[in-house]
Ligand binder design. Structure first.
Ligand SMILES: [Zn+2]
Length: 283
């Protein structure tokens, strides 16, 4: 079966939306809990936030806001698409909704298979949950397929058995798995460390008996670069200097900063390791 067009499916999707959100939220809660987070969904005051996830590491208490998006996964049947992908989800997003987000907001995309057979519907979830920082998600939305005021988001799995997943910049014959057509989002699958990176953190200071103001990792990186201005730093050095959880996370944040007017990113010499690399600086 081909992914149905928006006109035919829209009504059915809306009717199911309530049920889908609950299913997605339940899966997201279960996965977060499995990874050491306690998710709360009661009495939240903000439409963008479906869950607040809290984690006590012993040294710190972390809080991340989570928006849950559930999409259905379809088996790809179009000939041209089947050469690239075996499964895809699609859905409409309003890019404006992610313009002014809390820095600790995370988007959890829960992809669920639903097969309909003999009138019975079977739902299956096989760990296809993708985690994005809201900033990263916003950047990705600028690269989704334009559709009126919205964008159409396709997240599809490569049919070559490699287990790679792609965010599609286009969805048409002639596209490939290259950078001009897709963004590889394999590393975002089950990427719960992104919550650790973006969470607001409270560390209790025993000597002073108080909590210092909470800062997110992007705020820490931005603050460091501003303090060191005009020095430029590579992602590896930011990772080491600021004790980020992964190297890749430094890159995610600096790439996001680079699209703002407050920072620039280009090839240059790193002030710390003195190597010629991509470096980021406050301007
Ligand atoms: Zn360096």
């Amino acid at each position: 079966m081909e992914p149905p067009g928006p006109e035919t499916e829209d009504k059915a999707r809306r009717a199911q939306a309530g049920h889908q959100e609950i299913l997605g939220e339940t899966i997201a809660k279960f996965e977060l809990f499995r990874c050491g987070w306690n998710p709360y969904s009661r009495f939240l005051d903000h439409e963008k936030i479906d869950l607040v996830a809290r984690k006590n590491t012993g040294a710190e208490i972390l809080y991340a806001d989570v928006q849950v998006k559930q999409s259905r996964l379809y088996r790809v049947s179009q000939g041209w698409a089947r050469e690239l992908f075996d499964l895809t989800s699609w859905g409409f997003f309003n890019p404006k909704r992610f313009e002014h987000c809390n820095p600790n907001l995370v988007v959890a995309m829960v992809l669920v298979h639903r097969e309909t057979d003999d009138g019975a519907s079977v739902t299956d979830y096989t760990s296809d949950m993708f985690i994005f920082g809201a900033q990263e998600f916003r950047n990705l939305l600028t690269m989704a397929v334009p559709s009126g005021d919205s964008v159409k988001v396709y997240v599809a799995r490569a049919s070559d058995g490699s287990g790679r997943w792609f965010w599609c910049k286009r969805w048409r014959k002639g596209m490939g798995l290259d950078d001009s057509s897709t963004v590889d989002v394999t590393q975002n699958r089950q990427a719960f460390h992104i919550l650790d990176d973006l969470a607001l953190r409270h560390s209790y200071d025993d000597r002073r008996g108080e909590y210092p103001p909470a800062m997110t990792k992007p705020e820490v990186i931005a603050g460091f670069l501003r303090a060191k201005k005009p020095e430029a730093y590579c992602d590896d050095c930011l990772y080491e200097e600021l004790k980020l959880s992964t190297r890749q996370q430094a890159q995610v944040h600096t790439a996001a900063f680079a699209v703002t007017s407050d920072f620039s990113r280009s090839r240059g010499t790193c002030a710390r390791c003195h190597e010629e690399k991509y470096v980021t600086t406050a301007v």
